[in-house]
Design a protein around this ligand. Structure first.
Ligand code: SF4
Length: 218
């Protein structure tokens, strides 16, 4: 990927970090890509999922911002999306289960390390399950704001950035949603209950990672 004009030093720095990250993710068996725009990411995803019929979407703002879901609907594909309005509790649960047994699951990551690991934290676990087993393919999309220098940095990011921001965005009554700081709480509404690290590509699941050189999600 080359920038003819450097939009900013941030773009340049992220490009360098992203290139390191892609190289290490590929070494770890992931199919990793770095792109500049949401449109490039969408085209890449549409190409790599051509021929698949059923798709699950994790609870992610990033994947929904790409326009992939709309494009798939236009093509008549089956979408399992638990963010639809008006679902009963049972329907919500059924959709989350189906997200783990479809042709392709799309989600974001809470953090990616430039050393080639993918870190996620979940409350229910449908996303962390679906990312590792049960689907033919998983596509993980993340903005470069989620890339940390190493695994320790990625775990710190999950605790210091992703957790509090997600709790706030969901209107949770957790300490971090008040203070912006994680206190490893015991709140009934705690959203950080399961942390997973993909050190290598899961044995029988094909995982693509697309990093976009922009700030997307948290
Ligand atoms: S553990 Fe609790 S305080 Fe920490 S980020 Fe998660 S919800 Fe917030």
């Amino acid at each position: 990927m080359g920038y003819e004009v450097k939009e900013s030093y941030q773009d340049w720095l992220w490009e360098k970090l992203g290139e390191r990250c892609i190289k290490n993710l590929n070494k770890h068996g992931f199919d990793a890509h770095l792109v500049r725009t949401v449109e490039e990411a969408r085209d890449l995803i549409m190409g790599m999922t051509d021929g698949f019929e059923s798709f699950g979407f994790g609870g992610s703002d990033t994947t929904r911002s790409l326009g992939v879901m709309e494009e798939l609907k236009k093509r008549g594909k089956t979408i399992h999306d638990h963010w639809q309005q008006g679902l009963t509790k049972e329907e919500d649960l059924e959709i989350r289960l189906r997200q783990g047994r479809c042709d392709c699951f799309l989600c974001s990551a809470n953090a990616v390390s430039a050393t080639g690991e993918i870190v996620n934290v979940d409350g229910i676990g449908n996303r962390t399950n679906a990312m590792t087993f049960g689907n033919k393919k998983v596509v993980i999309v993340a903005g470069m704001n989620k890339v940390a220098q190493d695994l320790e940095g990625a775990l710190t990011r999950v605790r210091e950035v992703a957790g509090p921001m997600r709790a706030k965005s969901l209107g949770m009554e957790t300490p971090c949603a008040e203070t912006g700081l994680c206190s490893d709480c015991n709140s009934p509404q705690r959203i950080c209950r399961i942390t997973t690290i993909l050190h290598r590509k899961p044995m029988i699941t094909d995982v693509s990672v697309i990093l976009i050189n922009q700030t997307l999600g948290f």
